[in-house]
Design a protein around this ligand. Structure first.
Ligand code: C5P
Length: 307
C-alpha cells in the first residue's frame, strides 16, 4: 500500500478508490517494530489512511507483544465512527419527550403504562451524537441521562405538557416519544381511598395531547415527529395520526406482549406525507441512529423548502 503496488485485487482496489481507507495491521511484534514497517505506516498515515490498532498480547506465532489484530468488534466500531456522516444536526435544537407518565388517583396510587423510556433516551443520545442541542423531558424511568443532554424530570401528563410549553420557544425539532396518559383523574383523592365491599368506579377525564398542541402552536418547530404504538393495522392507524395531529413524520411500532415495551430491540415504520421507510429490527440504539438520520434528512429538506 505504501509503495502503491497494485498486484492483487485488494491493492488494486485501494489504488483505484476515492473512498476512505482504514487498515487493521496484524503481525509479529518484531515485524511491527521494524523501522521499515514503521516508516510505511507513517507514509500511509500522512496520506490520510486510518490505522486501527494494532493491539498487544498473545500472537499467532506464540510470542507476546504489540502487533496483535484488534478484535473484530473493535474494528467494526472504529470503522463506524470513522465513516459516520458527521454532525447531521449541528446547531439544531431538539426537544424530546420520553417514558411513561403517572396520573395520581390518591396519595399512594397512580395509573401508568409499560413504557421504559428506552427508545426516547436512545433517540436523545443519537440526536446529541449528531450534533444537536438536546432537551429531554422524561416521565419516571430508571435510565441514565445520555451525556451532554439536558434532562427535565416530570411525573404527570400535565407536568410534561407544562415542561414542553416552557421549553418550546426556539425548538427546531420536536420528537414525542413519551407514552403519555390519555386519561387522568380530574380530582385525585386527598387521602388514600378505602376499600369497601362493593366495586369502585373511577371517573377519568382526557389528559392534554401534548404532541397535537405543539403541532398547532404558533411557535411550531420546523419538524414535529410523533410516535404511534399500535397493536394492529400499524401503518393505517399511524397514517391517520400523522394527519389528525398535523405532524411532519410519525414513527410506528407494533406493541404487544413481547414487543417494543421495555425491550432493547425494536422495529419501526416511519411515515410522512407521500412516503415511508422501514427500519429493520435491531437494538434501540442502532434504530435510533437510523431514525435520527431520517429526521435530519427531512429537517434539511424543510429548511431548503423555506429558503
Ligand atoms: O394518539 P396516540 O396517543 O396514539 O399518539 C401517540 C403520540 O402522541 C406519541 O408521539 C405520544 O408521545 C403523543 N402523545 C402526547 N400526549 C398525549 C398522548 C399522546 O404527546 N396525551
Amino acid at each position: 500500500l505504501a509503495q502503491g503496488f497494485a498486484d492483487d485485487l485488494l491493492t488494486t482496489l485501494c489504488l483505484a478508490t476515492d473512498a476512505p481507507i482504514a487498515i487493521a495491521p496484524a503481525m509479529n511484534r518484531l515485524m511491527w517494530a521494524n523501522p521499515a514497517t514503521q516508516a510505511n505506516i507513517a507514509t500511509l498515515r500522512s496520506r490520510g489512511i486510518l490505522v486501527f490498532g494494532p493491539g498487544e498480547g498473545d500472537q499467532a506465532c506464540g510470542e507476546t507483544g504489540p502487533g496483535r489484530m484488534l478484535e473484530p468488534l473493535q474494528i467494526a466500531e472504529l470503522a463506524m465512527a470513522a465513516l459516520s456522516p458527521g454532525p447531521l444536526l449541528e446547531g439544531a435544537r431538539v426537544l424530546i419527550t420520553a417514558g411513561p407518565t403517572r396520573e395520581r388517583i390518591d396519595p399512594v396510587r397512580f395509573i401508568s403504562n409499560r413504557s421504559s423510556g428506552k427508545m426516547g433516551f436512545a433517540v436523545a443520545r443519537a440526536a446529541r451524537a449528531a450534533g444537536a442541542e438536546v432537551t429531554l423531558i422524561s416521565g419516571p424511568v430508571a435510565l441514565d441521562t445520555p451525556p451532554g443532554v439536558r434532562r427535565i424530570d416530570v411525573e404527570s401528563a400535565e407536568q410534561m405538557h407544562r415542561a414542553v410549553q416552557d421549553a418550546l420557544a426556539g425548538t427546531d425539532i420536536f420528537i414525542a416519544a413519551a407514552a403519555v396518559a390519555d386519561y387522568r383523574s380530574p380530582a385525585p383523592a386527598a387521602q388514600k381511598i378505602k376499600k369497601t365491599d362493593t366495586s369502585l368506579e373511577l371517573k377519568l377525564e382526557r389528559a392534554p395531547d401534548i404532541l397535537a398542541s405543539v403541532a398547532a402552536d404558533a411557535r411550531r418547530p420546523r419538524l414535529v415527529v410523533g410516535f404511534a404504538a399500535e397493536t394492529e393495522r400499524v401503518a393505517e392507524h399511524a397514517r391517520a395520526k400523522l394527519v389528525d395531529k398535523g405532524l411532519d413524520m410519525i414513527v410506528a411500532n407494533e406493541v404487544g406482549e413481547k414487543l417494543a415495551f421495555d425491550t432493547d430491540d425494536n422495529a419501526l415504520l416511519v411515515l410522512w406525507e407521500g412516503g415511508s421507510q422501514e427500519i429493520a429490527r435491531g437494538p434501540k440504539q442502532r434504530i435510533a441512529r437510523e431514525l435520527v438520520g431520517l429526521i435530519a434528512e427531512h429537517y434539511g429538506r424543510r429548511g431548503q423548502a423555506r429558503g
